[in-house]
Design a protein around this ligand. Structure first.
Ligand SMILES: Nc1ncnc2c1ncn2[C@@H]1O[C@H](COP(=O)(O)OP(=O)(O)O)[C@@H](O)[C@H]1O
Ligand SMILES: [Mg+2]
Length: 594
């Protein structure tokens, strides 16, 4: 391709709309154009990158025995109602775009495809003999994200590879899950990405085991906790750890003390010479369930620890067997609106009575009480007295009455001991999630009644797995990992072009002729090459080539008359003066080694 025909429009200034470097470089290099919030056009250079990533993904998925299909993007609401997800995906903060057709039937634009594929599997697969199958597609997904940001990282329309596997038993599901893990690792390695596989929360998709593949980068929205020995890696949403030992609290007697205005752990500790780990902190949160049911939660946790909201959501969903749409804090505005003056916030104890809920409109009339292990394991502690300006010291769970639920609802933090080896401390890194694999089990096949006939001749629900990979996010994450102050440094296998020939002076016939010859020779060898034939200054051409990140540059200048050209590697900036044939060989060599 000749650069004069490429519609190349680069910009030097950092675009105001872009916060992180990968987003800035995509805009500056002319790769993407924003159409509206979270919605982008992929320009010709971008499309070439995406096609290369897709080709790698297709090759690896095909090799793993998966079957490519293309499923519809418009989904009837009725299907999502059957799986129980229509409400939570469309109401409130739900992320599904939805619409009404001319017959007033409601449809949703697919954010994910479990429902559609499960329906089809049910209709097409009747016998265990047809199993297992793994079906995949690469296409646009729609999600009305609450906070679209960072360009292609979190957009509202993006390209995903998603696959769904169907099995006659759990063991077989485990095998495909493992093979997808291997496939994903191969895909990311081929794309030149360094990734970490972490234990992950299964979230709204449901199911049991799940792993995320993270590109480590400071701009990542996810926090991951890892152990130095590499044996433990988890998303903070899911991570477990052993908290630091609590400081012993052992006053001579248990009594109520006056703590005027000491409604925070910090104030309470500094005024009364206490340590946060000696306190049981009690928090009220509201779980919003299906049909707008508002369930108040009374959460107790050690004073130096923080609540992990994802763990709370999962605990609530499992305990009362209902979907949790979201978790709300009770902020000042809510306190005013609901007239909660009678609840002594800041002075609560785990034994706060349900009768405080009596006149609160909208809330269920009984707390769901959960005590984190960090608090449950304290023998003697300080807690609020359920009266304004009063706390109790020397308290114990026995004195408070029996605990109802104990669970892990604590946020694991860096520096804490690992569960698999307490001598090892957790380390923290940021990551960008580019792939996510799940063992769904029978959640969807049961709710959608998708069954097959097993070996014993009985009808049984399928065992399912699902495997997502963000194609557009992967492309941008690659830039986050591979760039320098001059621009993008694409890994060769996903670069839009592998090499660019820069002609120093287009007016020199010899330079023009030689560059033309090299261009043709490279094309004939299958190299994706650009010829920068513009009548711009060489400096401008170099800057553009660096910005858009072409891995190899061949400079045809004064030495061309002697058969010599300069070959420059983008990432290392290593420059060699060689015969043009050698330059071609060098690029071919790298290409074939990938
Ligand atoms: N809004 C988005 N923009 C770009 N890529 C996304 C977006 N949401 C998800 N992806 C990509 O699709 C993959 C599978 O998505 P999934 O795990 O279902 O999403 P989530 O983790 O947001 O629930 C993710 O690993 C990510 O690479
Ligand atoms: Mg995910």
């Amino acid at each position: 391709m000749r650069v004069s025909r490429l519609m190349l429009v680069t910009q030097r200034d950092v675009p105001a709309e872009a916060e992180i470097v990968s987003h800035q470089l995509l805009v500056r290099g002319g790769y993407i154009r924003r159409v509206t919030s979270g919605i982008y056009a992929y320009m010709p250079l971008m499309w070439r990158v995406l096609r290369k990533i897709k080709a790698i993904v297709e090759e690896e998925m095909d090799n793993a025995g998966a079957l490519q299909t293309l499923l519809p993007q418009l989904h009837p609401s009725e299907l999502w109602e059957r799986s129980g997800r229509w409400q939570s995906y469309t109401a409130g903060e739900g992320i599904m775009f939805h619409l009404m057709d001319r017959q007033k039937r409601s449809l949703g634009l697919g954010p994910t495809h479990e429902e559609v594929i499960t329906k089809i599997a049910d209709e097409q697969i009747h016998s265990y003999k047809q199993l297992p199958v793994n079906i995949y597609q690469i296409q646009t997904k729609f999600r009305d994200e609450i906070r679209p940001r960072f360009g292609l990282m979190r957009s509202r329309e993006f390209i995903m590879k998603d696959s769904y596997s169907f099995h006659s038993n759990e063991k077989d599901l485990g095998k495909t899950y493992k093979s997808m893990e291997v496939t994903y690792k191969r895909i990311f390695a081929r794309c030149g990405l360094e990734t970490v596989a972490v234990d992950a929360d299964s979230g709204a998709i449901g199911g049991s085991a799940s792993q995320e593949f993270m590109v480590t980068a400071d701009a990542g929205e996810d926090l991951i906790l890892t152990s130095k020995d590499g044996l433990y890696a988890a998303n903070q949403e899911k991570a477990v750890s052993i908290p630091k030992e609590a400081i012993l609290h052992n006053p001579s007697e248990s009594k109520t003390i006056s703590t005027p205005n000491q409604n925070s752990i910090l104030e309470l500790c500094s005024t009364n010479n206490l340590e946060p780990s000696q306190i049981v902190k009690v928090i009220i949160m509201i779980a919003i369930l299906e049909e707008q049911v508002e369930q108040p939660l009374l959460l107790s946790i050690r004073g130096d620890q923080e609540i992990n909201e994802v763990k709370v959501i999962n605990f609530v969903a499992e305990t009362i067997n209902k979907q949790v749409i979201k978790l709300d804090q009770v902020n000042d505005e809510e306190k005013n609106r609901l007239k909660l003056d009678h609840i002594p916030f800041g002075f609560l104890g785990p034994d706060l009575k349900d009768n405080v809920l009596e006149n609160i409109s909208g809330w269920q009339k009984q707390f769901l009480r959960v005590t984190d292990h960090s608090a449950a394991s304290l023998d003697c502690f300080v807690c609020g007295a359920n009266v304004k300006d009063k706390h109790r010291i020397g308290m114990s769970w026995e004195k408070l009455g029996e605990l109802t639920n104990k669970a892990d609802i604590r946020k694991a933090q860096k520096g804490e001991s690992c569960v698999h080896d307490p001598t090892m401390k957790l380390e923290e890194r940021h990551g960008i999630e580019i792939g996510h694999i799940f063992q769904l089990g029978r959640k969807y096949s049961k709710s959608l009644q998708a069954t097959f006939t097993n070996e014993q001749g009985q009808e049984e629900a399928f065992w399912m797995g699902c495997y997502g990979l963000g194609i557009t996010r992967l492309a941008q994450a690659a830039i986050e990992q591979h760039h320098d102050e001059h621009g993008i440094c694409w890994p060769l296998p996903i670069a839009p072009f592998e090499a660019v020939i820069v002609v120093i002076n287009m007016k020199e016939p010899i330079q023009e002729e030689i560059s033309g010859n090299i261009y043709k020779a490279m094309l004939a060898k299958g190299i994706d090459v650009l010829l920068d034939d513009r009548s711009e200054r060489a400096g401008v051409k170099f800057k553009d080539a660096d910005l858009i990140g072409i891995p190899w540059r061949i400079v045809v200048g004064r030495d061309a008359a002697n058969g010599k050209v300069e070959i420059v590697q983008r990432v290392s900036r290593e420059t060699l003066l060689v015969d043009s044939e050698q330059a071609i060989q060098r690029i071919l060599q790298e290409k074939l080694s990938k």
